[in-house]
Design a protein around this ligand. Sequence first.
Ligand code: ADP
Ligand code: MG
Length: 262
Amino acid sequence: MSILEVIQLEKRFGGLEVLQGIDFSLNQGESLAIIGSSGSGKTTLLRCLNFLERPDKGRIIVNGQVIFDADDPSTQREGEVRKKRLHFGLVFQSFNLFPQYTALQNVVLAPKLLAKELPDFTKNKQSYFNEIEAHGRTLLDQVGLTDKLGAYPHMLSGGQQQRVAIARALALEPDILCFDEPTSALDPELTGEVLKVIRALANRNTTMVIVTHEMDFARSVADRVIFMDEGVIVEQGTPEEVFGNPKEERTRQFLARYKESN
Ligand code: ADP
Ligand code: MG
């Protein structure tokens, strides 16, 4: 079953059409890689999914529920947007950890804030916090940072910080975890450790949308691939289809350019 459906999404910035007619769906447990040149609209698409941008047209459906419809203001109420955002986790290029907090504190911060809003929070504070911290430890363990729970960001490498950021995104148990070029701010020798964590998540059937420049990674990890250019989806299909046997000339040119530069 589709966990995510994006229907005819459009986004303009002033006169600039940044996204046009964006249509795709994603099944539970699958990972989708989005590839394309710089400026093709990949980040804007992720930002639309996460309610960081408001699309001008189209619909976003999660688990059969219309969470955004450009024509229906009742889906855009301020108060509900924060809750709807929780469907999506987002890992950016830059890790943006809080420097004054340890790895574990960075991971548990948002879940603790959310717990405070529960009606029985005051009565059960300690058990909620214990549970959240146990979960945070498990997540940091999953990303290979068991021995770094108490480390501050400045004590961690870029790759380690990005793994904390992944654990932090997982801590809110999103339906769909989105990555925006998660390794492009890293030194090449640190890229592998982050890709390995994402690969492990894919193997555990985490539903993911991964914007990436790492073509070999996309080809080997993704269940589906979208190639975007100038705000449109030029081609989408399985990795074998898009990488192995692209139908569109623009896709072939993009892949050829990538091959040349790597
Ligand atoms: P990508 O992530 O594929 O590199 P982006 O989604 O960042 O592409 O950008 C797509 C286009 O939208 C670019 O031309 C970019 O300059 C433009 N753009 C992105 N954000 C804004 C904004 N806030 N205001 C105006 N133009 C923007
Ligand atoms: Mg981008």
